[in-house]
Design a protein around this ligand. Structure first.
Ligand code: SF4
Length: 385
């Protein structure tokens, strides 16, 4: 499951939109920034609030520039924007249009990112700006990911305030999520440095579509990443996401090499990426390149955005995906977005006992002690304290 505002599948579109809007608004304005009498209209603003020059571009001559942040490497003429809609060429210099202007700020369970091996049972201060470098037809946050920043309500939250409130409210981590965080890279990186000083973790849920140099800089301050491996063919990425698979695989390898804790999410979409043989091939790649102990979350798809005519993923399909992953040798295989499924919990691959019990985002007994299974002593990968 991508990190999203969870809709009840029985909600109408109107109810869902109202739910999203209310959720973003209440948690941002009234709860998280401590202005109980302040309405959304008073706190949030439409239009471009602030801009910040980006160091991640190369001048090409004649005022044209090339963005260096993600593999799209947009060539942008004067006065135009890149594909993600939040970076603009102004007189031959490239500007981020969303620095310090999140449109979504939530206090979420870390399980919602989803992370199953990072401080279970804690909360993560989670944020996003408008924009994305993918255009997934199944995007669950399309209202913000496919928006121009001037068209939606955003808040003015400098990095210092973000970290201060995260700490005050008792979050153990800050999460860069909901859309692709690469598109607000400068803002994310500045928050990351302050977060480390404050003793919190930096975690991200990302599509992994980022260039190697900015990724390596980010790895210096990033503790954990959940990467969407949306499919395992270039065709899937091209047709359904307007992206590419190979840079995502490179990102996964780099994160592992740089010792960032990695978990993977695969949203299983009926008829699009649910072929067992391809899922098995993907899992064998994960085992070979990242290790058998890399947690993977198979997430249930619900019809949304441009794929409304497809049915929700049958739970039996998720079970088959899980069986394929276990038979490929992966040790921690989860099923998400199917509350009550046994595979929400963590099982020790050695003694097979349940070591972290979960129902939805609720965490029960935790039997991981000092990073090991309490029953048999097997080391369990992750961040536990
Ligand atoms: S970050 Fe945005 S502007 Fe830069 S290359 Fe990617 S899509 Fe293009």
């Amino acid at each position: 499951m991508s990190d999203k505002v969870i809709p009840n599948p029985q909600l109408t579109k109107r109810e869902f939109l109202r739910f999203c809007g209310t959720s973003f608004c209440m948690l941002s304005a009234t709860c998280l920034f401590g202005f109980p009498q302040t309405s959304r209209a008073q706190m949030a603003k439409k239009g471009l609030i602030k801009t910040r020059i980006s160091p991640y571009f190369t001048p090409l001559g004649g005022g044209e520039i090339q963005c260096e942040l993600c593999p799209h490497r947009c060539r942008v003429a004067k006065g135009k924007r890149g594909l993600c809609r939040v970076r603009e060429n102004r007189d031959g210099k490239y500007y981020s249009l969303v620095y310090g202007n999140p449109c979504a700020v939530h206090l979420d369970p870390i399980e919602k990112k989803p992370f199953s091996h990072v401080l279970p049972g804690t909360t993560s201060f989670s944020l996003a700006t408008a924009g994305c470098n993918f255009q997934c037809k199944f995007c669950q946050n399309w209202e913000i990911s496919q928006a121009f920043p001037e068209d939606i309500y955003s808040y003015e939250v400098p990095p210092e305030l973000m970290v201060k409130r995260a700490k005050e409210i008792g979050a153990r981590s800050i999460a860069y999520t909901y859309v692709e965080p690469t598109i607000f890279y400068e803002y994310m990186l500045d928050i990351c440095h302050l977060t480390k000083k404050a003793g919190l973790l930096n975690v991200t849920h990302s599509n992994g579509f980022i260039n190697p140099t900015p990724l390596k800089n980010l790895c210096k301050v990033l503790d954990a990443a959940n990467i969407d491996l949306k499919g395992f063919t270039e065709n899937f990425y091209r047709e359904l996401c307007s992206g590419e698979l190979s840079p995502v695989l490179e990102t996964l390898k780099t994160l592992k090499k740089e010792k960032v804790h990695v978990e993977i999410t695969n949203l299983v979409i009926p008829t699009k990426n649910d072929e067992t043989s391809v899922l098995k091939e993907m899992c064998l790649w994960i085992k070979k390149e990242l290790g058998a102990d890399t947690p993977i979350h198979f997430s249930r798809f619900y019809p949304l955005y441009k794929l409304k005519t497809l049915p929700p993923t049958p739970v039996s399909t998720l079970d088959k995906a899980r069986e394929a992953a276990l038979s490929a040798g992966l040790e921690y295989v989860y099923i998400g977005n199917a509350p009550g499924h046994e595979a929400e919990s963590t099982f020790c691959p050695k003694c097979k006992k349940m070591i972290i019990q979960r129902t939805g985002y609720m965490v029960g007994e935790i039997n991981v002690k000092a990073g090991r299974c309490r029953y048999c002593g097997k080391p369990i990968p992750g961040i536990w304290a």
